[in-house]
Design a protein around this ligand. Sequence first.
Ligand code: 5GP
Length: 193
Amino acid sequence: MSSKKGLLIVISGPSGVGKTTLRQKLLIKYPEMNYAVSVTTRRPRKSEVNGHDYVFVCMEKFKKDIKKGVFAEWAKVGENLYGTSRIFIENAINSGSDVLLDIDVQGAAQLRKLYHEKGVFVFIKPPSFDTLRSRLNLRKTDSEQEINARLTLAKKEIKECNNYNYTLVNKDIDKTLEDLYCIINSEKHNKMN
Ligand code: 5GP
C-alpha cells in the first residue's frame, strides 16, 4: 500500500451551476482521479445511469445504511437523501488516489470535520441568479415549482461559500475547469510538502 495519501477534492454549488459538466471534463483531463459516485433516494433523470451517475436506492435501504455507518456524510437536499460511501473514500485516500466529490454544503461541512487536512473544498458560484434560472430552465429536467425551490436553496447555499478554501465563479466552463485544475495541482504539491 502507498504511504502517500490521496487528496479529497470536494466541489459544491447550487443545482444548475455546471458542476456535472465540470466534473465530467475534469475526469477526462485527469483520468487517474476517482469520482465518488453518491447514493441517492432521488429518481434517476432520463440520461442517468445507475452506478455511474448515482447509485439509486429506496428510502428504506438508505436509512438502513445510515444506521450501519455506511456513509462518510449524508444529507437531505430538497426531498431526497444523498450520501457518500465511507469505505470508498478511505480506500482511495489510503491507497494514494485522489477522489472527487460533488456534494451539497451540509455534506461538505461533515467532511471538513472528518478529513480537513486531506481535503480541498471548492465552491462553484453562478455569475448571477438569472443565469442560474436560465440554466435550470434549459436543462428541462425540473418543473417550475422545483426550479423555484432550487433557486431558494441556491440563495442559502451561496451564503456558505466562505467556509470553502476557494470560490470559483462559473462564467466560462473551460476557464473554471482550468482554475480547478490549477487548484488541485497546487494543493497536491502543498499537501506533499
Ligand atoms: P441533483 O439531484 O441535482 O443531482 O443533486 C442535488 C444536490 O445534491 C446537489 O447539490 C449535489 O451536489 C448534492 N449531492 C449529490 N450527491 C451528494 C452526496 O453524496 N452527499 C451530499 N451531501 N450531497 C450530494
